[in-house]
Write a protein that binds this ligand. Structure first.
Ligand SMILES: C[S@@+](CC[C@H](N)C(=O)[O-])C[C@H]1O[C@@H](n2cnc3c(N)ncnc32)[C@H](O)[C@@H]1O
Ligand SMILES: [Zn+2]
Length: 305
């Protein structure tokens, strides 16, 4: 698939220790959880976190019967598995979000936090998510907002060349994009999602402020400020919850999700049966790929055979 969008590869990355643990980001972690709890349906059958990394937010999903932690990085998923592998609710699935290895109409709830900034082709990703979304469910998306106070200030002071007001995504570093909230809503609509409640998050992401004021206070203030997202979004991070495409609009055969299948071949989308000897076999004779299940990790990054 030579024309697949490029992927920001976290294989072998020290993301957890370099970015989170002991790195003074308790404020960011906590305000994201406040926003998530406000938008996430607390219980349900199936939830997927897309780009779950090492499972930082996994403890927010314990009200679900099945939780899929999906990521491109096998090594980060192994870190998540070290913590949650004992819990039968969790599945650890490696793959590329442009080729989701699931049957259509499967997930009640889909979550994406701190990952869209790596999407070179967000519309292609949203199209995949619309396919695996169960009608009636919800998609909670966090994205990096190009129209934030700092970017506006820098632009007005001529310290930044790109305008925070134009709709198109800006790639400020290779494979790192900031998005305009209006553009995101347009793309969600185009993929047949119905974006709704929006929260403006992480206004106090500013090192001197974080040193000066207790985290608890900043989190409480942020919690109040988040509601301003209803009117305007000028924060570095924005959360939006969308209703899934409804029956009739969705191109999927809902039957696939109810017929007791779960995984689908990421290359041809044929529903896959249970694993035999640690492999899932694609039943499509033209495709006929095999996918490995290695020590509890479903691996759809590359075919085993
Ligand atoms: C900045 S980390 C965020 C991890 C987690 N959501 C969190 O907030 O702690 C971005 C994650 O997106 C994943 N990712 C990037 N591109 C991907 C793709 N095409 N398919 C699946 N995962 C991808 C990376 O592997 C990485 O784990
Ligand atoms: Zn196949």
């Amino acid at each position: 698939m030579a024309d697949k969008p490029p992927v920001c590869d976290y294989e072998g990355s020290d993301y957890r220790t370099r970015f989170w643990e002991g790195q003074g980001r308790g404020y960011e972690d906590q305000v994201e959880r406040v926003a998530l709890r406000r938008l996430l349906p607390p219980t349900g059958r199936t939830l997927i976190e897309i780009g779950a990394g090492f499972g930082r937010l996994a403890d927010e999903y314990l009200g679900y019967e099945t939780v899929v932690l999906f990521d491109y990085s096998r090594s980060l998923l192994r870190e998540a598995q070290a913590v949650w592998g004992h819990d039968p609710r969790f599945l650890f699935v490696a793959g590329n979000w442009y080729q989701m290895p699931f049957v259509s109409g499967l997930f009640d709830t889909m979550v994406q936090v701190r990952t869209l900034h790596h999407a070179a082709d967000a519309p292609a990703l949203f199209a995949q998510l619309a396919r695996i979304a169960r009608p009636g469910g919800r998609y909670v998306l966090e994205f990096a907002n190009k129209q934030n106070v700092k970017a506006i200030g820098r632009y007005w002071l001529r310290r930044q060349s790109w305008s925070p007001f134009t709709l198109s995504p800006v790639e400020f570093v290779a494979l790192n994009f900031d998005f305009h909230p209006r553009w995101i809503r347009q793309q969600l609509h185009a993929a047949r999602f119905s974006p709704g409640r929006t929260l403006a998050v992480s206004y106090f992401r500013f090192a001197p402020l974080k040193r000066l004021l207790p985290t608890r206070l900043l989190v409480a203030l942020d919690g109040m400020m988040q509601h301003t997202g209803r009117i305007a979004q000028l924060s570095p991070s924005v959360f939006v919850v969308s209703a899934h495409p409804t029956i009739g609009e969705t191109a999927v055969s809902d039957a696939t999700a109810v017929s007791n299948t779960f995984f689908a071949c990421p290359l041809c989308q044929s529903p896959l049966g249970s694993a035999v000897n640690g492999r899932l076999h694609c039943p499509n004779s033209v495709c006929a790929r095999q996918w490995q299940v290695d020590n509890g990790l479903y691996d759809f990054k590359e075919p085993f055979a």
